[in-house]
Design a protein around this ligand. Structure first.
Ligand code: GSH
Length: 207
């Protein structure tokens, strides 16, 4: 089945989808839409909610990042081993979305004035994940296999280390988790690729 991701030439909301597909070794095509193409074409009008990303899986066309992520998680076996694990994965993922929303808000601020306050509050946001990882012997947020939520956490941690390199210093479980997951062969190759490295986090913000 052919998979196609359509998005802007930035990491943005689509990066977690890319990371998941790359780590899983899933072949997919990318359609890169520049701002010029977006504003000058009929693509926006053709999108159900007027926004990207678009994900096509054969004849299934999906909008909404989290719907795409969950579709892929179900398809690729990244949603836990049973309903109990799926519920816990959803819980972790929702908490990660809360952190991500704050991070996105900060990224789109015009200047750096919010950064200090953001970094001051960050440990409170990271603590539950540290606690979960330090008590889960399976090595992942839930169970003993990588899930939808792990990809969100890994990418969030990578981006936070760009924002503030020492931000994980007080979190040994998060540090070793990040190191271990980033060493997964496919993920390691992707994270060191020009493709990943050259893509800005958001327009105008270099990683
Ligand atoms: N809830 C949507 C999702 O998660 O997919 C939000 C999508 C969204 O905000 N897309 C932005 C977009 O298409 C890029 S990250 N912006 C261009 C526009 O709205 O015209």
């Amino acid at each position: 089945m052919s998979l196609t991701l359509t998005y802007f030439p930035v990491r943005g909301r689509a990066e977690v989808i890319r990371v998941m597909l790359k780590d899983q070794g899933a072949e997919f095509d990318e359609k890169v839409i520049t701002m010029e193409m977006w504003t000058e074409s009929t693509l926006k009008a053709s999108c159900l909610f007027g926004q990207l990303p678009i994900f096509e899986d054969g004849d299934l066309t999906l909008y909404q990042t989290n719907a795409i992520r969950r579709h892929l998680a179900r398809k690729l076996g990244l949603y836990g081993k049973d309903q109990r694990e799926a519920a816990l994965i959803d819980m972790m993922d929702e908490a990660l979305q809360d952190l991500l929303n704050k991070y996105i808000k900060l990224m789109f601020e015009k200047d750096d004035s919010g950064k200090e306050g953001y970094l001051k509050a960050l440990p409170t946001g990271l603590k539950p994940f540290e606690k979960t990882l330090s008590s889960n012997k399976g090595g992942f947020l839930v169970g003993d296999k990588i899930s939808l939520a792990d990809y969100a956490l890994v990418l969030l941690l990578i981006h936070h280390q760009v924002l503030s390199p020492p931000c994980l210093d007080a979190f040994p479980s998060l540090q070793s988790y990040l190191k271990r997951l980033c060493a997964r062969p496919n993920l390691h190759a992707y994270l060191h690729s020009d493709d990943f490295k050259s893509r800005p986090i958001i327009p105008g913000k270099r990683a």
